[in-house]
Ligand binder design. Structure first.
Ligand code: UDP
Length: 314
């Protein structure tokens, strides 16, 4: 039975990866410092092949015994998180990736880095293909995340080239689903929470900026296909169905049956004006494409947040 270490295993995507690999008979170690992760996300996993270790991966990582796969998902991941946690965000992208790669080298494990569409910054090429180098402001407030992930990609490629570590890099575009934090400030939980509570939906800027939203089960399937493939260069995984944020607010209002008004707030600094993955490479190499339609994914997510709100949780 292969052993897999998932850093950030108590986070939104990390916990879905734990479910996925436990269900497929892997021995899973979830590691998380619980800065933005939550043990509630993995509390339902009762398998004896599952273990949680509370650890900050910017410090030396010790794991007893063999490890076949390492998925490095630890990082604050929402714009307000990295505004509040700029140093931790830089440290986990840089020092945390270094420690996780060091462990992969030691254990001869295959390593997969969770990278991001943020490496493309405010893109001047649309949609974004993997060979686009991006347009990132290194010294702006988002730079702490974008540059940490860009450094993490560079470090991953260096460990691959110099130490022969078997590596993969996934560039994850906006992903949504159950277990996002209601208060993490990202647009999906914000709008759904506001709509369900009858509060105004806060559209930043004029709402003409675009995003493309991928349901978490599609993302996890794409990540597994990439992990099991031979592809070392970065690969986009996301849903190309693009829409403006104003359209998105209206969809959320319809799907929740809410009468909340839409209000406009200042656009955060360096907020990308457009974002859409080109998934030609994932289609060709991995035979992957997203299956869950936005409406279906949002219904499941809204159901989840109704439960969270009715329990009075955050
Ligand atoms: N956004 C918004 N209202 C909110 C939260 C976010 O209009 O309450 C906008 C944000 O400015 C961005 C888009 O929604 O243009 C997606 O933001 P999110 O924080 O989810 O992720 P990003 O794609 O910017 O990393």
């Amino acid at each position: 039975m292969p052993r897999i270490l998932i850093t950030g295993g108590a986070g939104f995507i990390g916990s879905h990866l734990c479910d996925y690999y436990v269900a497929r008979g892997f021995e899973v170690i979830a590691m998380d410092n619980l800065l933005t992760g939550n043990v509630g996300n993995i509390a339902h996993i009762s398998s004896e092949n599952f273990r949680f270790v509370k650890h900050d991966v910017t410090n030396y990582i010790y794991v007893d015994g063999p490890v076949e796969y390492i998925l490095h998902f630890a990082s604050p991941a929402s714009p307000i998180d990295y505004l509040e946690l700029p140093i931790q965000t830089l440290k986990v992208g840089a020092l945390g990736t270094h420690k996780a790669l060091g462990l992969a080298k030691e254990k001869k494990a295959r390593f997969l880095l969770a990278s991001t569409s943020e490496v493309y910054g405010d893109p001047l090429v649309h949609p974004q293909r993997e060979d686009y180098w991006g347009n990132v402001n290194p010294i702006g407030p988002r730079g702490v995340y974008d540059e940490a992930k860009r450094f993490a990609e560079a470090l991953t490629m260096a460990y691959h080239r110099f130490h022969g570590v078997d590596t993969r890099i996934v560039r994850i575009f906006n992903t949504y689903g159950p277990r996002m934090r209601l208060i993490d400030g990202r647009v999906v939980p914000s709008f759904i929470g506001q709509a369900l509570k009858g509060e105004p939906l806060t559209v930043f800027g004029d709402g003409k900026q675009t995003r493309s939203f991928c349901y978490v089960s599609d993302l996890v399937d794409g990540i597994n296909r990439l992990l099991m493939s031979d592809e070392v260069d970065p690969t986009n995984i996301g849903n190309p169905a693009e829409m403006t944020i104003l359209e998105f607010a209206r969809r959320i209002r319809e799907l929740t049956g809410s009468h909340s008004e839409i209000v406009f707030r200042d656009l955060p600094e360096d907020d990308p004006k457009v974002r859409q993955p080109d998934i030609g490479k994932a289609r060709r190499l991995l035979g992957w494409e997203p299956k869950v339609e936005l409406e279906e994914g949002l219904r499941r997510t809204i159901e989840h947040f109704r439960g969270v709100i009715s329990r009075g949780a955050r």
